[in-house]
Write a protein that binds this ligand. Structure first.
Ligand code: GLN
Length: 264
């Protein structure tokens, strides 16, 4: 089997280490003898390149870079990106990426950045004098069918761990939150929700990177991408994730969530 992994503007949207999500997906596929081709979806990518991808990863960025990306992600490219998400191409989008998948992002300074309108959400940066949302985050995944799929595979409710670093606050419209905040800020530090989930696209503020900290999400993305591409059910055998399990237990203890160690 073979997967084409699209990486959104890796140079501009790589500020917060989310390339780790690309590496995690690539290795977890290769460890299962699935070949992976990484395709940069950036200013130089031809439109037909976008059509080929089976899975998309988008990382975080500073406001300035987000504005540059949106100047390029217009017209046919924007329409193609929307069509991919609507056609159930799985993806994981972190922080600055989901802000651009929403209706708009109002940065700390400068004009409102119109988004792609794929996700029914808006994001607003309250200004540099406001507390920045920085720190560890833990959240119970509640969005379906993702939560149901993960609970069936894991045998318990999935809890995701990550690290936040954002000034923007996100407010959801008619779209599922990805999860319920257990500790940390989440979308805005007010409504208790983290991220968003639409079709097979995961939007989150959790860097870390997200996927090495939560390998079950990486496997979900890979399985869904392969199922969609090969039109057959894909059920992975587990990998040896003992290092991730130990790291998760350490974080649950550090965050006073040791009762979740069975979710490690
Ligand atoms: N620049 C955006 C904000 O500050 C996104 C930050 C990020 O991607 N971590 O909210």
């Amino acid at each position: 089997m073979h997967l084409k992994l699209g990486w959104l503007y890796p140079t501009l949207m790589g500020t917060y280490g989310d390339r780790g999500n690309v590496i995690c997906l690539e290795k977890r596929a290769q460890w299962r003898d699935i070949t992976v081709e990484i395709i940069k979806l950036d200013q130089d990518a031809a439109l037909e390149t976008w059509s080929e991808v089976d899975l998309i990863v988008g990382g975080g960025a500073q406001d300035r870079q987000q504005e540059i990306v949106m100047r390029d992600l217009q017209g046919a490219k924007a329409e193609k990106f929307k069509a991919l998400i609507e056609a159930d191409v799985p993806g994981v989008f972190t922080c600055g990426s989901p802000q651009l998948l929403g209706k708009y992002y109002e940065p700390a300074v400068g004009q409102r950045i119109d988004g792609l309108g794929i996700l029914d959400l808006v994001s607003k940066h309250p200004g540099f004098e406001a507390q920045r949302c920085i720190g560890n985050v833990a959240f119970e995944i509640t969005a379906n069918p993702l939560a149901e799929n993960l609970a069936k595979k894991l045998g318990y409710k999935a809890v995701a761990l990550g690290f936040e670093n954002h000034g923007g606050r996100t407010y959801l419209g008619d779209v599922q939150p990805l999860g319920k905040v257990l500790t940390g800020y989440g979308n805005n530090g007010e409504d208790g929700w983290e991220g968003a989930f639409y079709k097979q696209a995961i939007a989150t503020y959790a860097h870390g990177p997200l996927l090495p900290k939560n390998p079950f999400i990486a496997d979900w993305l890979l399985e869904k991408a392969l199922e969609r591409k090969y039109q057959e059910e894909i059920i992975f055998s587990p990998l040896d994730d003992q290092l991730a399990v130990q790291a998760r237990k350490t974080m649950f203890n550090r965050l006073n969530l040791s009762e979740l160690n069975n979710s490690a």
